[in-house]
Design a protein around this ligand. Structure first.
Ligand code: ZN
Length: 396
């Protein structure tokens, strides 16, 4: 069973959750501003903040002075105390476990990798518990104790069909798992409270609370790499859809009669722009079956036109997929990220050009952020899910 955490601040009401998440994601912020942003009264903000201050999660900073001429009240901004609690995040891939410890603001304080030598459930649970033990054995930044003394929650991110509410991995193609109760197995093995989430959705939570999504009521995250995934936040809620797979931009068809996709369709974005699809096509056009991705990238950067066109075609397919997403949902911003974006210099122009042509009307004004994604970010996303599960009264 998970350890109890006697000194932690309970979320007792939706107002408490709202006030805490506002300070967490937008603070330091004055009570007056919290009230203005949340629609609560100043008295309600003060009442909601008090238990968090008493439990050490929030603090009042020194006065910034008067709020204005004649206002007569000092504005003491509320701020998070990030070292009050630590969170563990682990991303499981087919080959390894990547783990981080973060503070309350999802800033990484420790990280570690372990190779995964098998996909047997018991083996993965043991390896993950070892990794968590190693991560939490380190000292707190102030040196007064070890991280474990202030860590109660573990977030775990896995690709595939993951049911956060029941803690089940329903289907993981990389691990070959179906209906594995991973959350409860890991709670027994680590003593921490465990939240499972799909990996792209976990990254989206990190972006929503601590990244580009802060202050945006709707945004989308698109990941480009081995697969092409996406997640959507609309009106502040992560959209799951009736089947839990809403926003599968990777399988939006963008080329009628295009290359076959592993999903059974043809011409999907993923069948043209995934790392594997690009490599297959690069080998075809170069006539070199042994061509590696690194060589293809180097030669494309060096001006090899046929290879440059392979990357441009991938960028075009991604741009079409993004335009479809933006025309349907109208997010304020889209973040395009992923290990595949490490070569983004070869994609970016074409993604932006295609998007500009295909986005309908003022949807083209949607901000497009294209940037690489270090692998550790996936684990940080898992930690963000653990943070969210603690402080949101009812997780979306
Ligand atoms: Zn497909």
């Amino acid at each position: 069973m998970p350890r109890s955490a006697p000194a932690r601040a309970p979320i007792t009401s939706p107002a408490a959750a709202t006030v805490f998440t506002t300070v967490l994601t937008e603070g330091p912020v004055s009570r007056v501003d919290v009230a203005r942003r949340t629609g609560l009264s100043s008295a309600a903000v003060t009442k909601a903040a008090r238990p968090f201050i008493e439990a050490g999660y929030l603090e009042e900073l020194a006065s910034e002075g008067r709020t204005g001429p004649g206002a007569g009240r000092p504005a003491n901004p509320l701020a998070i105390r990030p070292d009050r609690e630590y969170f563990v995040g682990v991303k499981i891939t087919g080959d390894d476990l990547i783990g981080v410890v973060t503070d309350l603001r999802a800033d990484v304080r420790a990280s570690a990798h372990h190779a995964l030598t098998g996909h047997d459930v018991d083996h993965v649970v043991r390896a993950l518990a070892d990794l968590v033990g190693e991560l939490l054995a380190g000292p707190t930044p102030d040196g007064t104790s070890n991280l474990r003394e202030r860590a109660y929650c573990l977030g775990v991110a896995v690709s595939g069909d993951v049911d956060r509410a029941s803690g089940l991995v329903r289907y993981s193609p990389f691990l070959g798992w179906r209906d594995v109760p991973l959350a409860s197995l890991l709670e027994d093995a680590t003593g921490l409270t465990v939240t499972l989430e799909n990996d792209v959705k976990a990254l989206t939570v990190a972006e929503q609370w601590f990244g580009e999504g802060v202050g945006a009521s709707s945004f989308a995250l698109v990941t480009v790499g081995t697969g092409i995934g996406s997640a959507l936040v609309v009106n502040g809620d992560l959209v799951r859809g009736a089947h839990g797979v809403a926003g599968e931009i990777g399988h939006v068809p963008v080329a009628d009669g295009g290359p076959p996709c592993h999903c059974g369709g043809r011409g999907c974005v993923e069948a043209i722009a995934s790392t594997e699809a690009i490599l297959l096509r690069a080998r075809e056009v170069s006539g070199e079956p042994g061509l590696t991705m690194d060589d293809a990238v180097t030669r494309a950067r060096g001006g090899d036109e046929p290879l440059r066109e392979v990357f441009a075609a991938a960028g075009h397919a991604i741009g079409l997929g993004l335009a479809a997403l933006v025309n349907l949902f109208g997010p304020e911003r889209v973040v395009v990220s992923g290990e595949g974006v490490a070569t983004y210099d070869l994609f970016e122009d074409q993604i932006r050009r295609t998007f500009a042509v295909q986005a309908f009307g003022s949807a083209a004004r949607c901000g497009l952020v294209i940037r690489p994604l270090p692998f550790e970010e996936w684990a940080r996303g898992a930690a963000a899910v653990a943070i969210q599960s603690l402080f949101v009264a009812e997780s979306v």
